[in-house]
Design a binder for this molecule. Sequence first.
Ligand code: UTP
Ligand code: MG
Length: 423
Amino acid sequence: MCKVCSVNKVPLTGSSRRPNADNTPYFEKRQRLDPPSHATASSALNWAPPPSRLPHQAVAAPSTPALSCLDPFGPSRHISTPHQGQTVPKSFNSLQVYAGDHLSRQMVELFEACQQQSIDLERKEVFRARLQEDIQSIFSVARLYLTGSSMNGLGCRSSDADLCLVITGNKKPDPVSVLSRLRKLFRKLSYVEGTCLIRAKVPILKFKEKGSDLEFDLNINNTVGIRNTFLLRSYAHADPRVRPMILVVKKWACHHQINDASKGTLSSYTLVLMVLHYLQSLFSSYACFSLQDCFSPCMEIDMVPEGSTHVPPYISRNQSSLGELLLGFLRYYASEFSWDKRVISVREATAFPKTYAQEWRKKFICVEEPFERNNVARAVHEKLKFDAIKAQFVQSSMKLQARRDLNSILPLRAIINKEALRR
Ligand code: UTP
Ligand code: MG
C-alpha cells in the first residue's frame, strides 16, 4: 500500500465518482466558488483547520501520550473556561454569529452543556493506553485506536468510547475468536467490568470501566471506522454550525427513540451522515463540498489523520442561523426527501437515484457509507420502525415550525441536567 497517495490526484479505488455538472475538478471548482480573496479577516473566523493527529497515533509512542498534546478542537472547551493557556477555538467564537434568535441560542446552550470535554477524552485516552498495553501481552503487534464520536468532534459527555483493535499480519484473524480471547483477558483486569460479546455483522466486545458509567465498544480490524472518523472530523470543523446541529439532532433522535440501530432505528453514524447531506444540499457553495478526496482509501491507517491537513479552507456563503438549519433539516426529511427513490451520499455530495443493487433494493432508508459504499441504515428493516422515524420528522417539524422553541421537540432542561450528572 502506498504511504500517502498524492491526495487530490489519486482516484478513489474503483471510484465511479459522478462528474460535476461542468466536469470541473472538485478542488478547482471550490476555489472558484470560494476564492482565497473571500477569506477576509472576519470570514476567516468561520473556519479553523481541523486537528491532524490523534495523540495516541504517534507511531513510536504507544504508551500514555502527553495529554497536553490533545488538540483544542477535538475535546471542546467551554468558552468561558479556556485552560492551560490555550485559546478558545475561533470556530467556536464565530458560532455566536449564527445564534441571534431564541431557538438558535437554545441550541448553543444544549451544545455547550453536552459536548465532550477535554477531561472526558483524556480519561478515554488513559484507559485506551492502559488496555493496549494489556492486550499486547497476548497480541504483541496489536494497536488500539479510539474512533467514533470520542474522536470525530461530535461526541457528548455521555458518549461511549468506540475502539478498533488493529492486528496486522499475514493471516487475517477471525474477529470472534480474537474477541473471545480478549473477553477472557478482560475478566482478569481490575479496571474492566461487564464484558459482553455481540456477534453482529461487525462483532464487538462491550464493556465498562469498573465503577464508572464509561462504556466501550471494541471491534477487530474494522479500520473503515478509523477512516470515517477522520472524514467526519473534517466535516465537523468545516463550519462552526455543523457540530451543534449534529449534537441537537442526536439528542432529538435519542429522545424520540429513533437512535438505536440495535432496535431497528438509526445509528448515530447514520444520523450524522443525514445531517451532513442536508447541509451539503443547502449551502450553495457546499454543492460540491465533498472532502472525500482528502481521505484516499489507500492511505495507511496511521496517515489517515493527515488527511485533515489537506482539507482546504471552507467558508460558506450560507448564513442561516442554527435554528433555521434545524427547522430546514426536519422539514427536508419530513416532506422533501424521497426516501423510496434516493440514496444519501455524502461522498458525492448528493442523493443519487436508487439502483437495483442489492445494497439499496427493498431498503426503507439508504445512506451510503463513504468508503465501503454499503448502506449504514440497513438496520431499519421493519416498516413499522421506518414509519415511526418518518412520523417523528413530520411531527417535530410541525411543532418546531409553530413554536420556534427547542422545548417543543425535546426536554432541554432535563437533557442538560442529565448530562451534568455524568462523569
Ligand atoms: P456510532 O453510531 O456509535 O456513532 O458509531 P458515534 O459517532 O460514536 O455516536 P455516539 O456519540 O456514540 O452516539 C461509532 C463509529 O462506528 C463506525 C463509525 O466510525 C462511527 O463513528 N461505524 C458505525 C461505521 O463505520 N459504520 C456504521 O454503520 C456504524
Ligand atoms: Mg459511539
